[in-house]
Design a protein. Structure first.
Length: 421
């Protein structure tokens, strides 16, 4: 990896990728596989510092997502490819399987819809009664469940760093600690202005996560959405409670939200945590209640789309906030599926911030979102920019296929999967 240094000449690449999370790195690696020169520009001093490095590390199966959408297609492919990639590079991973547990009768129709989606997406899943679910998770309580054997866990920071290493081996450059201030498309190239000099790219891909809408504006594009940061806090389990979880235990999600609900996960290190909840963060990178950026928070709460979300879902939001502030409230949520867990079994175990795109009408964007800023000859021509404007979960799982998808959009070239599944 290389860090930038001032130079008398502006470095030039076929593609410049803005953002050093797993999606940006997977995109850079896909570009490098085509023989094109590529550079990644990351504002933080380390790769995978935000969504990639702060999540539940679940390898998602593709069960949940509307058939035909990006998430459905790319998460299903990404599940197999992530596991294959981890095997090939000796990265920590385990295919644990998971239970999606219905605890109330009114959740059964939603579970039936999940099964329909899973079947349509080609995801193996099995309906279980109470006895069947307890064969997988003896301490779980519920009235029915879906078992999904392909789901697993990994360490996405380790995966991202390995992809970054491969980018470097294939001749790509990674520039850390350089925030992008402006993007200027021109007739034959794109100027990427950072706080430490400029880079030129024939094409640019923006995978800026929590800042992607800001970078789009810096490129002269109306993104049509605002990134609303939702913090999800995790609770670690005591040794006693951890023994109650063998793999992954999920609730049936509320279809009105792109969040999957508080779930219990046994990680690759053997520890067990539950989460995340979803509370409005007080800054783009607001990983705690104490991280407050008044200007960013004011922009969030005065955004028309956020006002509409608050008006429609205030009760849901209050419940999430209550769980954030009260260990007792959090444990009650967990006890719906694991009744023997107690409040004293929980301890803080970090937090992540989800970069959720919201439209001005209050619509929470559910699928991955790409916005094309075409050059004079179209997206594939020099001077074009592709903005990735909604890539929260399951983007880490889907990163390798997303990278190939982006390269196909840029070049028309269809790449084979990186590793056989």
């Amino acid at each position: 990896m290389t860090s930038s240094s001032p130079s008398s000449s502006t470095p030039s690449f076929d593609v410049v990728v803005v953002g050093g999370g797993i999606v940006g790195l997977a995109t850079a690696h896909a570009v490098a596989r085509t023989g094109r020169s590529v550079a990644v520009v990351e504002r933080e001093p380390r790769l995978a510092s935000h969504q990639t490095g702060n999540n539940s590390n679940v390898i998602h199966s593709g069960l949940y997502y509307a058939p035909g959408g990006y998430k459905a297609r790319l998460a299903v492919a990404g599940c197999a490819e992530t596991i294959a990639f981890c095997r090939e590079h000796d990265l920590p991973h385990e295919r644990t399987g998971k239970l999606v547990v219905a605890t109330e009768t009114d959740e059964l129709p939603r579970m039936a819809e999940l099964k329909r989606r899973g079947d349509a997406n080609g995801v193996e899943n099995h309906e279980l009664d109470q006895a069947g679910m307890r064969e997988h998770e003896p301490h779980v309580r519920g009235i029915a469940a879906l078992y999904v054997p392909s789901t697993g866990v990994t360490d996405y920071r380790a995966v991202a760093e390995k992809i970054g290493e491969l980018v470097g081996k294939e001749g790509g450059e990674i520039h850390l600690g350089r925030a992008v201030r402006q993007i200027l498309p021109r007739a034959s190239d794109v100027v990427v202005r950072t706080d430490d000099g400029e880079l030129l790219g024939k094409q640019v891909v923006v995978c800026a996560g929590l800042r992607c809408d800001e970078v789009a504006k810096a490129a002269g594009v109306d993104p049509g959405v605002r990134i609303i940061p939702f913090r999800g806090e995790y609770s670690g389990f005591s040794n006693r409670a951890a023994e109650m979880v063998k793999g992954l235990i999920y609730p049936v999600p509320d279809p009105a939200f792109p969040f999957l609900g508080v779930h219990a996960t046994r990680g690759v290190d053997g520890s067990v945590h539950a989460g995340p909840n979803a509370v409005l963060a007080l800054a783009r990178e607001g990983y705690s209640w104490g991280t407050i950026k008044p200007k960013e928070f004011l922009a969030t709460i005065t955004y028309p789309g956020m006002l509409k979300v608050a008006q429609k879902h205030w009760k849901y939001g209050f419940g999430e906030m209550h769980r954030s502030l009260s260990r007792g409230a959090m444990v009650k949520q967990i006890q719906r599926m694991l009744p023997d867990v107690r409040a004293e079994d929980l301890h803080p175990a970090g937090a992540g911030v989800r970069a959720q795109a919201v439209k001005a009408d209050g619509t929470l964007v559910d699928d991955f979102l790409f916005v094309e800023q075409s050059g004079s000859g179209g997206l594939g021509a020099p001077g074009s920019v592709l903005h990735v404007l909604n890539a929260p979960s399951p983007a880490a799982t889907a990163a390798l296929p997303i990278g190939r998808e982006i390269v196909e959009k840029l070049t028309g070239e269809k790449l084979a999967p990186l590793t056989a599944s």
